[in-house]
Ligand binder design. Structure first.
Ligand code: CTP
Length: 407
């Protein structure tokens, strides 16, 4: 089947245009996977995966000077400006044991398509002729919006595919075809996920959390039984998480970790072990942990909300993701006020100013600065440096007086 309009759609994308230019005069080069699926659906492809029959170095070089080739795997990645192309030699593969990485051998494009996960991802667009090749049923599944695995052992061979179909169903609104749903349930029931390393599962979870609608992706994963650690449907309030995402200052924080923290329903120790197993870093785990404690934080923030300095004491040092989530747990005004206004309030003086004014080095410096900042937050002091220095020194003097009089 030929679909010249697909080549035109590809040419309309800056990275597609460069690809077609580099391909000119070469045979056996195909766009594959999600890119073809998305073009056929009228969606913008997220990435351009290219399969080459024969030899890929020449195409990699034509695409750009910065090609990273992985000879052993017959793959190359080329990055040029904002464009990135993943190239691979057409190959067939087999799995030595469930969950293992595949063993590959060179093959033609038709065999390459047959090794793939679901029919709608097993379509190739020949970049010189505009010819489409696909596994049986692929076009029909695309039309009826169905996810159908190509082999009965697909999820056993590669259990990460369970996560992939969760993401696709959430993102594309596709349904699992009946046999595929049954095979997925059987694989989960047989413990297929345990045959894959925590790092690989963690990577799949990260991809789900980075989906345009991560909550929908997690929801689809929950339906497949992939996330036993997730809050039960009844307790899950996606609107609350969405409200928290809206409170997150734009361009700041990690929405993915916020969603994860809001979705965890296991005790702290268990969550730590799970996240470590999934290869989340110490810093990432701290954010998730703080998010998981958002309900308690919300209560503390509400109780402190009448005084800015008290609120600051509750929220200072707390990751923004957890503050936003606490906001969505009923402390919206407090979270907004902290994020929009209070956290940026700073003193015009620092420890050196106090030293220069005769305050001896030691912990008193920090506590005087903190007391002065409290007054600044509570609106008792303006931004002027002199006034702040005076206030800090007065605080020191009144402490002296109190300690001399034994108060
Ligand atoms: N693939 C597969 N099995 C996997 C991983 C990948 O069959 N475990 C195949 C699929 O054909 C997939 C293609 O490799 O479409 C490219 O992989 P990837 O880029 O991960 O998938 P896309 O569908 O292109 O990704 P997305 O739409 O999520 O960007």
């Amino acid at each position: 089947m030929k679909d010249p309009s697909l080549l035109e759609r590809l040419r309309a994308l800056p990275c597609g245009q460069q690809l077609l230019k580099a391909v000119a005069g070469r045979d056996g080069v195909h766009l594959v996977g999600g890119a073809v699926r998305d073009l056929l659906l009228g969606r913008e492809p997220r990435e351009l995966d290219v399969v080459v029959e024969g030899e890929l170095d020449a195409l990699a070089t034509a695409l750009g000077p910065a090609a990273t080739t992985h000879g052993r795997f017959g793959t190359a990645t080329v990055q040029r400006g904002d464009c990135r192309w993943d190239l691979a030699l057409a190959r067939a593969e087999h799995y030595a044991r469930p969950g293992a990485l595949p063993v590959v051998r060179a093959a033609g494009i038709d065999e390459d398509l047959r090794r793939r996960d679901v029919t709608v991802n097993a379509i190739a667009l020949d970049l010189s002729s505009g010819q489409l090749r696909a596994v049986e049923g692929a076009r029909a599944d695309l039309l009826t919006r169905r996810l159908r695995v190509l082999h009965d052992a697909s999820f056993i061979d590669d259990p990460t595919r369970l996560w992939r179909i969760a993401r696709y169903s959430a993102r594309l609104g596709f349904e699992l075809e009946e046999r595929t749903a049954r095979l997925a349930a059987q694989a989960v029931g047989a413990g297929a996920l345990a045959t894959v390393s925590g790092a690989r599962i963690g990577n799949e979870l990260r991809l789900a959390l980075q989906e345009p609608d991560p909550l929908a992706a997690l929801g689809a994963a929950a339906q497949l039984g992939l996330v036993p650690w997730m809050v039960a449907d009844d307790d899950h309030d996606p609107d609350r998480v969405r409200a928290a995402l809206e409170l997150l200052p734009s361009g700041e924080g990690r929405p993915d970790l916020l969603v994860l923290g809001a979705s965890l329903a296991v005790a702290e120790g268990e969550a730590e072990a799970l996240l470590a197993e999934l290869q989340f870093s110490v810093a990432e785990r701290a954010v998730v942990r703080a998010c998981a404690q958002a309900p308690a934080l919300a209560l503390a923030a509400r109780n402190a909300a009448t005084r800015a300095s008290a609120l600051a004491r509750v929220l200072r040092g707390v990751p923004v993701e957890a503050v936003a989530l606490a906001g969505a747990h009923g402390a919206q005004d407090a979270a907004r006020r902290w994020l929009k206004e209070l956290r940026d309030v700073e003193l015009a003086i620092d420890g050196d100013d106090l030293l220069a004014a005769g305050v001896p080095e030691g912990p008193q410096i920090g506590s005087l600065l903190a007391a002065t900042l409290d007054r600044r937050l509570d609106g008792q002091l303006g931004p002027e440096r002199d006034a702040q220095l005076q206030a800090a020194l007065q605080a020191r003097d009144s402490r002296h007086t109190r300690s001399r009089s034994g108060q």
